[in-house]
Design a protein around this ligand. Structure first.
Ligand code: NI
Length: 166
């Protein structure tokens, strides 16, 4: 496995949408392994393929607390099929090092995706997991957390990222 380079805002590759994965080949499996290793090394709770410059609809999430056994969840060709409620969550993103922003999200989602075994599954998620699914799925549409901020916060974060030692 290998640790991949995480792209930082405002890298234009973060704006590319991911294409659906046709077949879960050995290459895809290896890539997902690398994504997981990269996420754990960062460390982060989620990582989308476009954040490492690969325009495919794949993201990984692990929301296990420190001290808990890891619980990797792999989402291939995910679709959010239902959303409910509203929650404000303080989010970070590995493509925005050091930033944390209050973002409005649905508080509950139902997501349909394929796992690494190629089987379709449905997952109902709330709280942190629901937020992470929405955040990572946005990445695969080329959408970033900065897009969800008001004009002032957007400008401040943009400037901070340009000034940061990316
Ligand atoms: Ni992110």
């Amino acid at each position: 496995m290998a640790i991949l380079t995480i792209l930082h805002y405002p890298d234009p590759r973060l704006r590319e949408a991911g294409k659906p994965v046709d077949a879960i080949t050995d290459e895809v499996k290896k890539f997902v392994g690398d994504m997981a290793e990269t996420m754990y090394a960062a460390p982060g709770v989620g990582l989308a393929a476009t954040q490492v410059g690969v325009a495919l609809r794949i993201f990984v999430i692990d929301i296990a607390d420190e001290g808990e056994p890891s619980a990797l969840q792999v989402f291939i060709n995910a679709e959010i099929v239902e959303k409910r409620g509203k929650i404000e969550w303080k989010e970070g993103c590995l493509s925005f090092p050091g930033a944390s922003e209050n973002i409005d999200r649905a508080e509950w989602v139902k997501v349909r995706a394929k796992g690494l075994d190629g089987e379709l599954f449905e997952l109902e998620a709330e709280g942190l997991l629901a937020v992470a699914v929405q955040h990572e799925n946005d990445h695969l549409d080329g959408k970033l957390m900065i897009d969800k901020l008001g004009p002032l916060r957007k400008r401040v974060l943009h400037r901070k990222m340009l000034a940061g030692a990316n």
